[in-house]
Design a protein around this ligand. Structure first.
Ligand SMILES: NC(=O)c1ccc[n+]([C@@H]2O[C@H](COP(=O)([O-])OP(=O)(O)OC[C@H]3O[C@@H](n4cnc5c(N)ncnc54)[C@H](O)[C@@H]3O)[C@@H](O)[C@H]2O)c1
Length: 311
């Protein structure tokens, strides 16, 4: 099978490329404008085409030349605060970029598309664990473009019969994580720790998030290529992890006590967040395996190594 991975040079994309490489299952082509990704993340036996998903002619030329069977679409504007400051750009990359990909899938008879959506589509819904059937009420421009993308996926399935699977990622972390994306607290803690700076926790540290390892996201995305029909699936651990437990994992990773300042809780921050992964288990026969006790040391050590290399 010939597979296109857009955004494959990025953080989660790099984990997907590693997984695909280990599976030897597909011939993989990466399309990425390298705005936040790195060519180093693309493995030697994979083809990197540098280009922008917003460039309709470039995307068309790519599909005309390569004859893909399936697409995993990760390329996106990924920063929530940035989406509020630059809503036009967020819309352009996340919606027009997706439309360019879907139009080529229709035109060139691609069988299956997997799309990286986000828990941001749920907004501040307190009905945890969040299930895929809940109403969507995003609270950011990023959340709106992800929600609207899901509708495009549904309509391209319904009208053109393309197998379209939407994956809603929880809070993703892991090696090669950038500092600007959705990852939030884990990359902030890594950065402060390597600088020997104190960590600040807003509130009592008992607030929870669903931290899912990028390698597990990669496996789910690769398996989702085989699904038929239109599917919307949370990719999550289904477990709440408190910031205090996260601090414990960082303490083990660093091998020393942490200096933590507890500041007043910020208004607007949601206290508990977790996504159900029952549908993931039912449809893909898989649930994320990595726990934070193992995943945080990997992430921290990778951050440390990259810092030393000046990256
Ligand atoms: N990291 C998270 O916690 C998280 C959570 C939910 C959803 N997601 C989604 O997962 C996907 C991957 O995110 P990531 O965290 O790996 O981010 P990332 O920034 O590391 O990866 C995005 C990749 O897309 C490329 N890209 C950006 N704009 C492009 C364009 N116009 N044309 C071509 N390539 C472009 C970048 O160079 C980069 O390689 C995104 O769709 C993101 O919205 C991420």
């Amino acid at each position: 099978m010939k597979l296109l991975v857009t955004g494959g040079a990025g953080f989660i994309g790099s984990h997907l490329l590693e997984y695909l490489n280990a599976q030897h299952a597909h011939e993989t082509v990466v399309f990425d404008n390298l705005s936040s990704g790195s060519a180093k993340n693309v493995l030697a036996n994979m083809k990197l085409c540098v280009g922008d998903v917003c460039d309709e002619a470039a995307v068309d030329a790519l599909f005309a030349a390569e004859h893909f069977d399936a697409v995993i679409h990760f390329a996106a504007q990924t920063m929530v605060p940035y989406s509020l400051q630059h809503p036009q750009e967020d819309c352009n990359v996340n919606l027009l970029g997706l439309i360019n990909i879907l139009e080529c899938c229709r035109k060139y008879n691609v069988k299956s598309v997997v799309f990286s959506s986000s828990a941001a589509v749920y907004g501040d819904n307190p009905n945890i664990p969040l299930t895929e059937d809940l109403p969507l009420l995003p609270t950011s421009c990023y959340g709106i473009t992800k929600m609207t993308s899901e509708h495009y996926m549904r309509v391209y399935h319904d009208l053109y019969g393309i197998n379209c699977t939407v994956l809603r990622f929880a809070n993703v972390y892991g090696e090669r994580q950038g500092e600007g994306g959705e990852g939030g607290v884990i990359s902030i803690f890594c950065k402060l720790l390597v600088q020997n700076k104190p960590l600040t926790v807003f509130g009592n540290g008992e607030q929870t998030r669903d931290f899912v390892y990028a390698g597990d996201i990669a496996q789910a995305a690769a398996k989702a290529v085989a699904l038929t029909g239109y599917n919307v699936i949370n990719i999550s651990t289904g477990k709440e992890t408190s910031l205090n437990s996260l601090l414990d994992a960082f303490k083990s990773a660093c091998g020393h006590e942490l200096t933590v300042n507890y500041a007043p809780a910020r208004s607007g921050d949601i206290f508990r967040s977790v996504l159900s992964n029952k549908k993931l288990e039912a449809l893909l026969g898989f649930v994320p395996q990595m726990d934070i006790e193992h995943g945080i040391p990997k992430t921290y050590n990778d951050y440390l190594a990259r810092r030393k290399e000046g990256l």
